[in-house]
Design a binder for this molecule. Structure first.
Ligand code: FES
Length: 310
């Protein structure tokens, strides 16, 4: 779908927010707290960003983009090329990080730009009158976006771990203090997510939720296997040095993708035969063990042939 870029706002050092509005006569689909949209930035360049605004607002979408020095092109493209008034191509909202709205208590933990999905969740939890707490960690105040939106909530803790005498976020203490039936959410750098998963290992299944905004994914590019596509009838060899996604696109297979590093879920494909070499951060351990689907942007094959339902 197409939207118009209505406003760009500086939020913090290296972080801008962008307001996207519908074209005249059109409406934006509703979204739920924790949802994201995919942006098609250029051919072969797509990225996913959390929706920041209150889900009750239907007149615009707000996203925030952190321009990192080592950007693989997505955030640099947005910061350098986007101009107010231009028409952009986006997906409808998708939600891989949904809020359990009936939870007795909700713990939100955001690291850096990982604060973004927490903001729509806070709006929703406030609207529902639910019990929640937020722990937001950033390196320094200058690089912390949206502090003004959360600092007035007494249940929000904001920590700067990169300043002299700064605090560290004590994940274990925070998570251990949460009631047994609480739902906990974490979005931030992969090291933080790994620590969050470890400290919540004993919680009931489905109560500790994570969302990667970027990952240190080791993409499978060894090649040396064949893809058999049942719907299109194609047989494609994945060569050494290319990913499965490269091979599919090179063979003219129209496949959707966004993050290209196994975090957004856009490129998921059903596996009919063969054993994938899962490299993504999207599928659960159970889904990976079942070997019935694969994220083709980053994963490979452990068997000489993979049969895919595309
Ligand atoms: S494109 Fe995002 S998981 Fe593959």
């Amino acid at each position: 779908m197409r939207v118009k870029l209505r406003n760009i706002r500086w939020e913090a050092e290296g972080i801008n927010s962008y307001i996207l509005e519908p074209l005249p006569g059109e409406k934006l689909p509703a979204f739920t707290a924790g949802a994201h949209i995919d942006l098609q930035l250029a051919p072969g360049l797509a990225r996913s960003y959390s929706l920041v605004n209150d889900p009750a607002i239907h007149s615009y979408y707000e996203i925030a983009v952190h321009h990192t020095i080592d950007s693989r092109g997505g955030s640099r493209h947005i910061h350098e090329k986007w101009r107010v008034g231009e028409i952009l191509e986006i997906s409808e909202p998708k939600n891989n990080f949904p809020l359990e709205e009936s939870a007795s208590h909700t713990v939100l933990i955001g690291g850096g730009i990982g604060i973004t999905p927490m903001l729509s969740m806070i709006s929703r939890l406030e609207a529902l009158g639910r019990s929640w707490e937020l722990h937001y960690v950033a390196a320094v105040p200058e690089r912390a976006a949206y502090v003004d939106r959360v600092e007035n909530f007494p249940q929000a803790q904001i920590v700067f771990d990169g300043i002299p005498g700064g605090q560290r976020l004590d994940l274990r203490t925070i998570c251990d203090a949460a009631p047994a039936d609480a739902h906990l959410y974490c979005c931030g750098p992969s090291g933080m997510l790994d620590a969050f998963v470890a400290v919540n290992a004993a919680r009931p299944k489905g109560h500790a939720h994570i969302e990667y905004f970027s990952a240190d994914t080791e993409v499978a590019a060894d090649g040396g296997y064949t893809l058999e596509l049942t719907k299109s009838g194609k047989t494609i060899m994945v060569e050494e040095g290319e990913t499965m996604l490269d091979a599919l696109l090179g063979a003219g297979v129209d496949i959707g993708f966004a993050c290209a590093e196994g975090v957004c879920g856009t490129c998921q494909v059903k596996v009919l035969e063969g054993i994938p070499d899962h490299r993504d951060h999207f599928l659960t351990d159970e889904e990976k063990a079942a070997n019935t689907s694969i994220m083709v942007c980053c994963s490979g094959s452990k068997t000489p042939t993979l049969v895919l339902d595309i």
